[in-house]
Design a protein around this ligand. Structure first.
Ligand code: UD1
Length: 429
């Protein structure tokens, strides 16, 4: 299993290219199941989750062709993916595949919408709380899908096709909104989704579906309206930049000090995150190339932050912010409102000498003068990268174990950091 060795204490200077968003790429790939024509995606990141989903789609008979670097491309340019679900040979998504990645459960919506049936294992993925699928099932039922749960599988049937309906989510759910959208585009009649997730990745998927011939309005707001169509066609779409990767590197610069341009990043995708960083004392500016992040000499100010659905501060940056606050001049409070049990990084951060106490869903972080390098264990995707941020500022050497979590969501992490002067090395075994 690979490990990452980091010797901390170096400020970051240079340019970090931001990759395509993982959380848009996965549902976009899944949307390819809705049409028998080819969907072409540009700016696809090289990530373990993308490869895993390729395998899952392959099991349904989908052909995926990837073209990587071409003459003139920079080494970080995303890949182009041609996805063809001309013939779906199997509507079952087995446990062995779905248990590796929660988002693969979402294939249930396009499969039942196009084929009238789907049998999908209950999901796995990051161990952050119970993460149920009750709201995804509710959304499908509102569109006329009959659901049966048997031996760990959800069996969805709609032999006469789906019909439009009203879906009102009792809480904001990204997975529920993706599922509702992908089912409703091929339903007979009009669907209205209330309390829909407004995350930019939902809007990106809706934009792509509209290019494929869907009739979706209101994506990016809490009310989305879909006029069902009988067939979708192929399209070409470029994945939007990853706002979580952007925020993560911005926090890394805030932690180490330095001056880095996050090229290709779009500030409007993470305004709440950038506002919090500004409060901590970092200088942020939008440039033609992306976002410039600077901290020179000044200390880190403590903050009081709660995670919440977009446009508020994202849960996917909570662990990274906590790492940053371990070095603040004073006490910070970070409250997690989206997922229970998303504090697994707390005990690992403590190995560097961080002082963090948990009080229900709030972490109280008392800033310390210095962190010391330590061996630590990556637990989930975002928690893992918070350990990288801490290690970059810690005195001496840290070893991060179980980095496969990082590979699921961060493209060429060590290359991007090394290019900015960090001392980071992957040890393969
Ligand atoms: C997505 C993101 C993840 C991010 C999260 C919140 C992807 C691949 N993953 O996850 O990185 O942290 O949004 O921004 O895009 N819930 C239910 N019942 C359901 C579905 C969800 O109770 O049927 C709950 C969840 O347990 C959680 C909350 O709703 O407490 C939000 O979950 P959701 O927005 O659906 O997260 P994901 O789509 O799984």
């Amino acid at each position: 299993m690979d490990r990452i060795r980091i010797v901390g204490g170096k400020p970051l200077h240079g340019i970090i290219p931001i990759s395509g968003a993982k959380n848009a790429t996965l549902p976009l790939m899944i949307a390819s199941l809705l049409t028998d024509q080819t969907l072409i995606l540009d700016n696809v990141p090289r990530l373990a989750d993308v490869i895993n989903l390729q395998r899952i789609l392959g099991n349904h008979g989908v052909d995926v062709m990837l073209s990587g670097k071409r003459p003139g491309d920079s080494e970080y340019q995303g890949q182009t993916m041609h996805i063809s679900a001309a013939r779906i040979v199997d509507t079952t998504a087995p446990y062995e595949l779905v248990s590796k990645m929660r988002a693969s459960f979402w294939v249930i919506a396009p499969l039942v919408a196009r084929m009238g049936e789907a049998k999908v294992s209950l999901p796995g993925g990051c161990a952050i709380g119970t993460r149920p699928v009750d709201l995804l099932i509710m959304a499908l039922e509102r569109l006329g899908v009959e659901i049966e749960i048997d031996a760990g599988y959800v069996i969805a049937r709609a032999p006469k096709g789906l019909r439009g309906g009203e879906i009102k989510f009792p809480k904001v759910t990204v997975s529920g909104t993706h599922t509702a959208l992908m089912a409703a585009v091929l339903a007979n009649g009009k669907t209205q989704i209330e309390n829909a997730a407004c995350e930019p990745e939902v809007t990106d998927v809706a934009d792509c579906l509209n290019k494929m011939g869907a009739k979706i309005t209101g994506a990016g707001t809490p009310t989305i309206t879909i006029e069902g169509v009988s067939k979708l066609s192929g399209a070409r779409h470029s994945v939007l930049p990853d706002r979580i990767e952007t925020g993560t590197y911005a926090m890394a610069v805030a932690m180490t000090g330095g001056d880095v341009t996050l090229s290709g990043a779009r500030p409007e995708l993470l305004q709440a995150g950038l506002d919090v960083l500004t409060q901590t004392g970092v200088e942020i500016s939008a440039t033609n190339a992306g976002i410039r992040v600077r901290r020179n000499g000044s200390g880190i100010s403590p903050v009081d932050v709660s995670t919440a659905p977009f446009p508020a501060f994202p849960t996917d940056l909570q662990a990274q912010l906590m790492a940053l606050m371990t070095r603040a001049k004073g006490t910070s409070r970070i409250t997690e409102t989206i997922f229970e049990n998303r504090f697994m990084h707390v005990q690992e951060l403590a190995r560097f000498g961080a002082r963090i106490q948990l009080d229900g869903e709030t972490a109280i972080v008392e800033g310390v003068n210095k962190l010391k390098g330590a061996p630590v264990m990556a637990t989930d995707l975002r928690a893992s990268v918070s350990l990288v941020i801490a290690a970059l500022a810690a005195e001496g050497e840290s070893m991060i174990n179980r980095v496969y979590h990082l590979d699921r969501g961060f493209e060429r992490l060590e290359d991007k950091l090394v290019a900015c002067g960090a001392q980071v090395e992957r040890i393969s075994s």
